[in-house]
Design a protein around this ligand. Structure first.
Ligand code: SF4
Length: 258
């Protein structure tokens, strides 16, 4: 589906809220940052009122989420967080019922994919993209072998917040990944991201014909040895202006993610 078409019909579905910090990329988690402003404890995981949003209907009997929409799923938690094990089967069921929608989720817990997978999952649902986050080489080495072999129809590697140079070369991403997304860290306490690390990923994607999206610079970007502080509202714009995105014409491109 073309990027513009997706953006015009995208919806957010957060069936549960809250998460537990797990790895280095979680240090300044945006869920925690947002919740702290409202005095909410992000470590308490609870179902939301919109748990069944995909199957909610309007008075006229139509689904609230129109057919063909891209549904960004579980962006205020991690879909595979342990506390949600009992609820996940129902969430999968709704994705199955709404096979006229595309669901996209991002996880740092790809090693828990097998927990409560539905019986008819097979090699994955056509309408579900599961993205795997890797923020440093340690997490690349742990998560990517699992992700590469996982039964998932659509795979996108998210390198965000990118905390150091990472090497994806040993994982033959050209044979299975639809896209690599890279970006820095946002927020007051953000750790810097070096443009050279971004370019290294980009060059690999071009070599292997995998789509690449430099999603946002983060709040602190190092370029040619100089540190730049970038205002929140310019972080996406500046990344786009760098002109380094690469379209391998085989990818589903998200317009936002964690
Ligand atoms: S929501 Fe994501 S970044 Fe935040 S604590 Fe959970 S896994 Fe980490």
């Amino acid at each position: 589906m073309a990027k513009n078409a997706i953006e015009s019909k995208s919806k957010m579905w957060n069936p549960w809220h809250g998460c537990h910090k797990l790895s280095a990329g979680c240090k300044y988690c945006y869920v925690y940052r947002g919740d702290s402003k409202r005095g909410v404890d992000s470590s308490i995981i609870s179902k939301t009122q919109n748990f069944d949003l995909p199957i909610q209907k309007k008075r006229n009997g139509e689904y609230k989420i129109p057919p063909g929409s891209m549904v960004y799923t579980c962006f205020t938690s991690d879909f595979f967080v342990e506390d949600a094990d009992e609820w996940r089967a129902d969430a999968w069921k709704m994705m199955r019922i709404r096979n006229d929608l595309q669901f996209m989720m991002i996880t740092k817990r790809i090693d828990r994919l097998h927990v409560s997978l539905p019986d008819d999952w097979g090699e994955g649902y056509d309408n579900v993209t599961i993205c795997c986050t890797v923020e440093n080489q340690d997490r690349v080495n742990f998560r990517l072998p699992i992700y590469k072999d996982a039964p998932i129809k659509h795979k996108i590697i998210i390198c965000e917040p990118l905390l150091e140079q990472i090497d994806l070369r040993p994982f033959d991403i050209g044979s299975w990944a639809e896209q690599v997304v890279a970006g820095g860290e946002s927020g007051y306490e953000a750790r810097p991201c070096d443009f050279d690390w971004i370019m290294d990923l980009r060059n690999l994607c071009v070599e292997q014909n995998v789509s690449f999206w430099f999603k946002q610079t983060g709040a602190k970007l190092i370029k040619e040895g100089k540190l730049y502080h970038i205002n929140r509202r310019l972080q996406h714009v500046q990344a786009r202006k760098s002109g380094i995105n690469f379209d391998a014409e085989k990818s589903t491109v998200p317009n936002d993610n964690k």
